[in-house]
Structures are given as C-alpha cells and as structure tokens.
Design a protein around this ligand. Structure first.
Ligand SMILES: Cc1cc2nc3c(=O)[nH]c(=O)nc-3n(C[C@H](O)[C@H](O)[C@H](O)COP(=O)(O)OP(=O)(O)OC[C@H]3O[C@@H](n4cnc5c(N)ncnc54)[C@H](O)[C@@H]3O)c2cc1C
Length: 396
C-alpha cells in the first residue's frame, strides 16, 4: 500500500510528489505517468515565462500563488543550477482602448502587490527600439526559464527522496473505499491511502474515473507559435505582451525571448481537435466528439464568436497572425515567421458556459483532483503543491 499516488508527471504532479516527500520523509510516494518521459504535455510546450502575477483577480488563488511562485521558481533555479533570467516584461498599449485597459491592469497589479512602472512612448522606444506603442507597463520581476529543466530536477529529487516515478503507466480506473483507493494502470494495480490527480488535459476524465460529480469539461485550446530567425533574435530584450482583452482567458500573442536564445511569437488560442497531438490539423474523434456534444462549450462559444473567428483566421493565415504582432512590432515580416511547435492548454469550461478563471481543486475522502491548472500554473507549481500538501496534512 502506498501512502500517496500522484497521477501525472507534469510540473504540478512532480512538485506535489516532492512536497509530500519533503514534509514526510520516508513516506511511500508513487507517480504514475502515461507518457514516456516527464513534462511532455503542457509543461513541455509552453512559453517558459515566470509570471509576476499582474493579471489575476485580487484575492484569487492565481494572484496569491503566482506571486509566491515567481520567487519560489527563481530560488529553485538558483539552488539547482538551472538557468533563468529576470528579463522583465513590457505590456504595450497601442490605441485608446488599450491605454484604458492598461490603466485598469495597473490598478489590478497594484492590488496584487506587483511592482510595475508605467512608461511613455519615448521611454518605450529607448528600451525597445523595434517596439511601438502609446504607453506600456514594465514588470521587472517577470522572467524566463525552461520548465522541462525544473521538472527534471524535481523528478530527480522525488527519486532521491525515495519516491518512484513509473513512466508509460496510464491510469484507466480508480475505486475508492473507506480504507483506501485502488488505481488500475497499464503497469498494474496499486493501492494507496491518498490519491492526487494532476492530469492536465485529462483532468475531467480522471476526475470522472474517480467518481467525482464534475460540472466542467476540459476544452483543449491550441497555442500556436512561430519563432524568429536567429539573426532577428536580438529584436527585443524584454518579453513584449499586448494588453489583454479582459473578456478572454488568454494573454494574446506575445514576443518571448527564450532561455535558449530564441524569440518565439505566440501563442494564439484556437480550439484543438485533439487534446494531445501537436501537429497542425491533428484530429482525435473522441476528443472532438467530447467537446462537440458538450452544451457548456456552445454556451461559451456564443459569447466568443467574433474572437473565435479572428483566432481561427490567424491560425490559418500567417499574414493575419503577423498583423497581431505588427501592431506593436512593425518591422516584422512574413519571412520572419518560422515554424515552432504548438502547445495545447487545458481550460475547464463549466456546463453554464463559463471559462473557469481560477485554479480549481475537487476532493473526496481520499482523492484530490487538480481540475483546472492553466497558466500561470507552471510558475505557481510549488505553492500549488504546498496547498495540496496542506490539505493532505489536514486530512491525515
Ligand atoms: C501554450 C502554452 C503556454 C503557456 N505558457 C505558460 C507560461 O509561460 N508560464 C506559466 O506559468 N504557465 C504557462 N502555461 C501553463 C502551464 O504550462 C501549465 O499550467 C502547467 O504546465 C500545468 O502543469 P500540469 O502538471 O498540471 O499539467 P501537464 O504538464 O499537462 O501534465 C499532466 C500530466 O498528466 C499525465 N496524465 C494525464 N492523464 C493521465 C493518466 N490517465 N494516467 C497517467 N498520466 C496521465 C499527462 O501525460 C501529463 O504528463 C502555458 C501552457 C500552454 C499550453
């Protein structure tokens, strides 16, 4: 019998296994991961940004945990010799509406205790000669890292602390009784006192397997990127973001220097026809049927038709995609957009058609499921793990 089984070796699952073992050395912790490596899903296909936490609703888990996570992530990198850089972020407003939204964003960031500097157009072009805008917010704490490296370091810690990570182990059934939880996987049957599911794009299915009565479905949103050619990778020094539309759950196409010296452009947000296949045009009949028959998605889509069509156009036509970036970086051309792998976000949408904004957890007597952990959950993985471990301690 295990003390704890964790489903999923993305950054949230690994941070959780690590935290449990650090708090209770000697306990038996087993991580079951269906892929053939750690961090292959969202954790391995993201923008690599250490978010400072400016965007999130004051008082939300995202606001609190991101702020703690930004520092924890940098400290972790320092302790483990992982390269990161606090290059800072500029949120650039290009027209009246965006200037107004930027003002509201600055208020929100202040409520969240995030350090920001408001800069004018002249200062912006001093800092970033290739970027144009009416004004911008500078977040000096925002940084970049490779979350796969952090995940690998966490996986090594888990095994050093006596935990086990079993790869190619897909969980397909969960049964809870008064005394334990039985987990059936492709590598065998396991019993545990507590089960923690950190299954990302499969969170709804794994929660349903565990017998939870859930009122949401995971909808896959593809985030498609390009990268700039190497001779343009000095075009920006900071992360350059547009001012987000407050009605949308995503941050808009940005320019991101990466820790390995590239600059990525993206991601957009279009519905994915597969939760786990990355090449463009990938279709899974099961995944498509799941969302096509889900009334919550149609309710959500009703309010987003214009944005959905715009995003789809940008996905299909690189020229349209380019327009989004040229708004603030006009010197970019179509020739600058080189292919780069896409990511797929797991976003919970409720039956009522609302996108779940905050991190969401659901539990039963012996199970805890991380049901919604979109961005900034990579930044916030360690404090999320702390929260989960607190719940286990409370239940012990
Ligand atoms: C395009 C994109 C850009 C992003 N940018 C950022 C960013 O810059 N900064 C940031 O902080 N966050 C960002 N995020 C969000 C961040 O990547 C995720 O919030 C985070 O990686 C979630 O980690 P996770 O461990 O919950 O999920 P995942 O990394 O998706 O891991 C879940 C794991 O569970 C496994 N699994 C699922 N079902 C089963 C099963 N039945 N049995 C066994 N294993 C199973 C999967 O194989 C997978 O490995 C971005 C996400 C995307 C997609």
């Amino acid at each position: 019998m295990e003390d704890v089984i964790v489903i999923g070796a993305g950054i949230v699952g690994l941070a959780t296994a690590r935290e449990v073992l650090r708090r209770k050395p000697g306990s038996s912790v087993l991580v079951l991961e269906k892929a053939d490596d750690v961090a292959t899903a969202q954790t391995g296909h993201n923008s690599g940004v250490i978010h400072a936490g400016l965007y999130y609703a004051p008082g939300s888990l995202k606001a609190r945990l991101c702020r703690i996570g930004e520092r924890a992530t940098k400290e972790y990198c320092e302790e483990h010799g992982i390269q990161y850089s606090s290059i800072g972020k500029l949120v650039v407003a290009t027209d009246d509406l965006e200037v107004e939204r930027m003002g509201k964003l600055a208020v929100r960031a202040a409520q969240n205790g995030i350090e920001l500097e408001r800069i004018d157009a002249d200062r912006l072009s001093e800092l970033e000669p290739h970027v144009r805008g009416r004004a911008a917010l500078l977040s000096p704490a925002t940084g970049i890292v490779d979350y796969r490296e952090i995940s690998r370091a966490m996986a090594a810690e888990v095994t050093d602390l006596g935990g086990r990570i079993v790869l190619r182990s897909q969980v397909h059934a969960i049964r809870e009784s008064a005394s334990d939880v039985t987990v059936e996987s492709s590598t065998g049957t396991h019993r545990t006192r507590r089960l923690i599911a950190c299954a990302g794009l499969q969170a709804d299915r794994v929660a349903a397997m565990g017998g939870l009565d859930i009122d949401f479905r995971i909808i896959p949103f593809r985030g498609e990127y390009y990268q700039l050619p190497h001779d343009r990778s000095d075009i920006v020094e900071h992360l350059i973001y547009p001012v987000p539309d407050p009605e949308l759950p995503f941050l808009g196409v940005h320019l991101s220097p990466t820790i390995d010296g590239r600059v990525t452009v993206g991601p957009n947000a279009v519905i994915g026809f597969s939760r786990e296949r990355y090449p463009k045009g990938s279709v899974s009949l099961r995944d498509t049927a799941d969302f096509a028959t889900y009334p919550g998605l149609w309710r959500f889509a009703k309010g987003q038709i214009r944005t959905g069509v715009d995003e789809m156009r940008a996905s299909l036509f690189p020229r349209r995609y380019l327009e989004l970036v040229r708004k603030y970086c006009p010197s970019l051309t179509l020739e600058d957009l080189h292919p780069y792998p896409a990511g797929i976000r797991a976003q919970a949408i409720t039956h009522r058609g609302e996108s779940v904004e905050d991190f969401l957890f659901r539990s039963t007597g012996r199970q805890l499921h991380v049901c919604n952990a979109p961005s900034p959950a990579a930044t916030s993985a360690m404090p999320i793990a702390g929260l989960i471990a607190d719940q286990l301690d409370g239940a012990a």
